[in-house]
Design a protein around this ligand. Structure first.
Ligand code: ADP
Ligand code: MG
Length: 619
């Protein structure tokens, strides 16, 4: 019988394959197994309507065998099989619909894309084999046929004496080369590993023939794949422990997850997803090597072990798997990124996670606070990432410590307790709750029975700036000058007092150089003598954060030194202005440095400060 030629496109593709464009040769097994799986499915569905076909579903399976000496690897299924025409049609041509597009794509530079785009599954066997034999008997037929090819130069089809229904593919594994060790595909250990990795959730048993201990006889193994993936099982039949074990094994965590999300979607796009929120940050979370992503499957066959596009950056801590029959197996990373289905799945998953977090916040507050302690920064990051694109979705998931409640509250909770005519959400920044609690401005507000949010995380103030408002209420940093709770009358009196002291403050300011933009009396402080605030957009806290970053960026807040008008120090400096200007200058330095210390800012010259203080102490 004369040799038949592959269709032109197939020939080119085979060349590409053999010249190792597809870097991951391991996937040949995944492709052959999923073809076998399809063939078993087809037979089963056919048998439901075709009474002549007697099929016992329990007997459907995929068998693997290795003959090391002859360098043969076989994979056999008892599925639908192929007749003579089908062998020629299916294995002699690239997916027909794609052939035109394929030709066009072939001219493009990036050849890697091409491979992923077309039904090239079967051809991947030529990556590891220099000769491929396919013997097949179609269900319902009398005759069996044999397809043989040694690669690009064509194939032959002859009669075969195969007597059972289904397909048997024999690969003559290539000899070892400098670059590639094909011998590994003749190792039982390697093959089992590949089945576990890529085909563990194929729904038919995959067995392998192995020698018994005395190496005389070969025996068929039990199924080496787990078959039913946990995410496909009925939720009601899964125990919490099953989820936890699955998570811990798969994602190498020694503690159970904080939250399990098992969800199924049908409609525009269908998928099963099994997601986990870890209790602790993954071990490599804070390293550069850490990559977000979910495992992506198509009908139980692994497509990608870290699909980044399934998760937005701020949810990078979420672990899990997604399985969608709508995605083709032969899909490359580049194509996948543009896939509409994938985008839709990603959007749904994000929504689902946020909904679960909202539920947790409302119904399992303690657990949510635990979550927030670990991953709250992520949520905050989500608010200001992308110029605040997600802020509406995330603003109710943020919690801050409240001066009134002595625990963390949401902005919604804060606003719900506000006086009707109040339009301001007050906050203060600092290193710890305790430190903020001692701030002079906080005390003054507590006196007025106002609730203050304590911001202890370096991103917090940026988050509020990004939100701009909540429910039409503006945010005010009580260390800035935008807020003033005094009455018109009090304001008037204070203004007059400050106007009268103008010359004195000018002298003091001159002493501090460009350090402060203003010095003035205030009536905001209760018992405390002084504080440092800021004017304009940049607050003291933001200055601290930005300047602490390892970049060249440097900003300066416009600092205002405020002195409590009711404190004895106010009278003291006024006296000094009249009697002893030199001592006033020294006082000014001490007062300013004190204010900086209270704000948690460094003092420029600690020695000078200490000398000055001692000078006065020893008087
Ligand atoms: P795809 O699976 O994407 O269609 P493949 O190159 O993997 O592309 O396979 C080409 C075709 O060959 C399949 O669509 C199927 O019709 C046929 N085929 C491959 N393997 C088998 C098998 N084990 N049993 C029956 N048909 C098969
Ligand atoms: Mg295939």
């Amino acid at each position: 019988m004369s040799k038949r030629q592959f269709k032109a496109e197939s020939k080119k593709l085979l060349d590409l394959m053999v010249n190792s464009i597809y870097t991951n040769k391991d996937i040949f097994l995944r492709e052959l197994i999923s073809n076998a799986n399809d063939a078993l499915d087809k037979l089963y569905y056919e048998s439901l309507t075709n009474k002549k076909l007697k099929v016992d579903k329990k007997k459907l399976k995929i068998k693997l065998d290795i003959d090391k000496d002859k360098r043969l690897f076989t994979i056999e299924d008892n599925g639908i099989g192929m007749d003579k025409d089908e062998l020629a049609e299916n294995l002699g041509t690239i997916a027909k619909s794609g052939s035109l597009a394929f030709k066009e794509a072939l001219n493009e530079k990036d050849k890697v894309n091409i491979i992923g785009q077309f039904g090239v599954g079967f051809y991947s066997s030529f990556m590891v084999a220099d000769k491929v034999i396919v013997e097949s008997k179609k269900a319902g037929d009398e005759d069996a046929y044999k397809w043989v090819s040694e690669g690009a130069d064509g194939y032959e089809i002859t009669k075969s004496n195969k007597d059972s229904i289904g397909t048997k593919i024999t690969l003559h594994i290539k000899e070892k080369t400098k670059d590639d060790d094909f011998d590994k595909y003749l190792e039982e250990f390697k093959i089992k590993g590949l089945v576990k990795k890529y085909s563990d959730y194929v729904s038919y048993p995959i067995t392998i023939y192995t020698y018994d201990d005395d190496k005389k006889e070969k025996k068929e193994s039990e199924a080496i794949n787990s078959m039913v993936p946990l995410w496909k099982k009925n939720k009601k039949k899964i125990k919490e422990e099953d989820y936890n074990n699955f998570y811990q094994e798969k994602f190498f965590d020694y503690v159970k997850p904080l939250k399990v999300i098992h969800t199924k979607a049908e409609g525009l796009v269908s998928y099963d997803a099994l997601l986990f929120i870890p209790s602790n940050p993954p071990f490599d979370f804070y390293t550069k090597e850490y990559k977000k992503g979910l495992e992506l499957y198509s009908n139980g066959v692994l497509i990608m072990d870290k699909c980044e596009d399934l998760l937005p950056d701020y949810l990078n801590f979420v672990k899990g798997v997604v399985d969608s029959p709508d995605l083709s197996l032969n899909i490359s990373r580049e194509i996948l990124q543009q896939s509409k289905q994938l985008k839709l799945i990603a959007k749904n998953i994000e929504k689902k996670i946020l909904k679960e977090l909202t539920d947790m916040l409302e119904n399992e507050r303690e657990k949510y606070e635990e979550f927030f302690k670990t991953f709250g920064v992520n949520i905050k990051y989500g608010v200001y990432d992308n110029y605040g694109a997600k802020k509406e979705d995330l603003k109710d998931l943020i919690i801050f410590y409240s001066s009134k409640e002595k625990k963390k509250v949401t902005l919604k909770e804060y606003v719900s307790k506000m006086d009707k005519d109040d339009d301001t959400i007050y906050y203060a920044c600092g290193e710890t709750v305790d430190k903020i609690d001692m701030m002079p401005q906080v005390e003054a507000l507590k006196e007025k029975k106002k609730e203050v949010l304590y911001l202890t995380d370096y991103v917090d103030e940026f988050v509020l700036k990004m939100l701009d408002k909540y429910d039409d209420k503006k945010f005010v940093n009580i260390s800035s000058n935008d807020f003033d709770l005094s009455s018109e009358e009090e304001k008037e009196t204070l203004k007059k007092k400050n106007d009268d002291a103008k010359d004195m403050f000018d002298l003091m300011k001159k002493e501090l150089g460009t350090e402060v933009s203003q010095i003035r009396f205030t009536n905001k402080l209760k018992k405390h003598p002084l504080c440092l605030t800021s004017e304009g957009n940049i607050t003291v806290e933001m200055q601290k954060v930005i300047n602490a970053m390892p970049t060249d960026e440097h900003i300066d807040a416009k600092l205002v030194l405020e002195i409590n008008e009711d404190h004895p120090i106010a009278k003291k400096i006024e006296d000094l202005y009249k009697t002893d200007k030199e001592t006033l200058k020294k006082y000014t330095k001490i007062l300013y440095d004190e204010a900086r210390l209270i704000e948690g800012l460094p003092v420029e010259n600690p020695t000078e400060l200490s000398n000055l203080v001692c000078e006065f102490l020893s008087k």
